[in-house]
Design a protein around this ligand. Structure first.
Ligand code: GLA
Length: 386
């Protein structure tokens, strides 16, 4: 398909003498640190080699002309004024990015853009953040000479979700897609936005992405509800520890504070966030020490917590991670991303990957009637012109 994009571009938008440029924006997996990025916690994601491609050319009409190869959909929307409209559907993402680039004091202008993604649909690998950063990079390159920092592009992407689309997501997805580094995972402190890279060397093991093929839509999911529950937990705990600025500010030796939360649901949510945050640092230590078995155990701990305390897994993810973790050559598997369907990840002994897929695939289909997809992808750089 990639070779056909220039021809499709011409077919969609016609030919002229303006330059057509090509871009790639990755998708992401999160190794560990789930549902803590809106609680000031640490996350440990990687950008991956599948993602969203864009071909773009300037136009003089102050409109975005967009064509999605995947959806076979085409549209034209004005950039003056910029308004959210339900009928703009997926094009609201590019529109929102332009709105907030402009609000930040940068330039925007007309563009014809062909978009093609190889991220499985609804898989929870952040196709929307990938699209946001793609558009941000294109506008930055064509109209701002690359002046907007990658970090600001990430914040603009998040703002698009929060203030234009209505999903109260954290910063993790946009940040790793903006600033990912080949063969490295990123440790990101979501409170300060300080980050560092860790070589992602799993020795004789591989990461396998487990796509449940159970579609997940953040807009319809309980994502915003979980976020509100976390905010509630924070408010309660803050009365006991006034210095805290986010839920993840509770140290390991302060876990008794959880008993102050009387509502069992809110307490469970807080317990997940606080312990998950600690697990992330343990995971980076394990990786640094080359202790992949320990990393695997931490993944399992994270998954159990997301299933039992945060309750964001559901039957499809539970089935695929259970069978993965039952397989002897799997060091650890867990859901990744928002949950409620979508994808998991597993660390599997490299020479047992084929047997793993067969073992898990068969059992998953038996449980759910769906066919799982197993994706092996390298770890990639962040968004860029190619
Ligand atoms: C989604 C959101 C992220 C993060 C994860 C859960 O991917 O976009 O901000 O909250 O869920 O860790």
């Amino acid at each position: 398909m990639l070779e056909r994009l220039p021809e499709l571009f011409e077919k969609s938008f016609g030919k002229n003498d303006k330059e057509v440029r090509k871009y790639f924006s990755p998708s992401r997996i999160n190794i560990i640190g789930e549902h803590v990025d809106y609680n000031g916690g640490q996350v440990f994601p990687c950008a991956i080699e599948i993602g969203t491609y864009g071909l773009a050319r300037k136009n003089d009409d102050m409109v975005l002309r967009l064509k999605s190869v995947n959806l076979d959909a085409k549209g034209e929307i004005t950039l003056d004024p910029i308004e959210y409209k339900e009928e703009n559907d997926w094009m609201n993402y590019p529109l929102g990015v332009c709105k907030f680039i402009k609000e930040a004091g940068y330039d925007i202008g007309g563009l014809d853009i062909l978009v093609y993604g190889n991220i499985p649909n609804g898989s929870g690998l952040s196709s929307s953040a990938s699209l946001e950063l793609l558009i941000g990079e294109i506008v930055n390159d064509f109209y701002n000479k690359g002046k907007i920092s990658k970090k600001d592009l990430a914040l603009i992407g998040q703002k698009t979700e929060n203030k234009f689309i209505g999903v109260n997501c954290g910063i993790m997805d946009q940040f790793i897609i903006a600033l990912g580094k080949k063969d490295h995972a990123m440790l990101l402190n979501t409170e300060t936005l300080d980050y560092s890279y860790f070589p992602f060397d799993l020795k004789d093991n591989k990461i396998v992405i487990l796509n449940t093929n159970k579609r997940r839509e953040l807009k319809d999911s309980k994502y915003n509800e979980r976020r509100a529950e976390s905010d509630k937990a924070f408010e309660i705990l803050k009365t006991y520890k006034p210095s805290m600025t986010s839920l993840c500010d509770i140290n390991k030796d302060e876990l008794d504070l959880l008993d102050k939360i009387t509502d069992p649901i809110i307490r469970k949510r807080a317990e997940h966030a606080i312990k998950e945050n600690h697990r992330v640092l343990e995971a980076t230590e394990a990786l640094k020490a080359g202790d992949i078995e320990e990393l695997g155990r931490l993944l399992i701990g994270s998954n159990n917590s997301l299933r039992d305390l945060y309750e964001v897994t559901g039957p499809h993810l539970d089935s695929i991670t259970k069978h993965s973790n039952d397989f002897e050559g799997c060091l650890g598997a867990r859901m990744t991303g928002a949950g409620f369907g979508g994808c998991g990840i597993a660390i599997v002994k490299a020479d047992q990957v084929a047997a793993f897929k067969e073992y898990v695939g068969e059992r998953y289909t038996k449980d759910t009637g769906l066919k799982a997809e197993f994706i092996e992808s390298g770890i990639d750089d962040g968004v860029r012109r190619i």
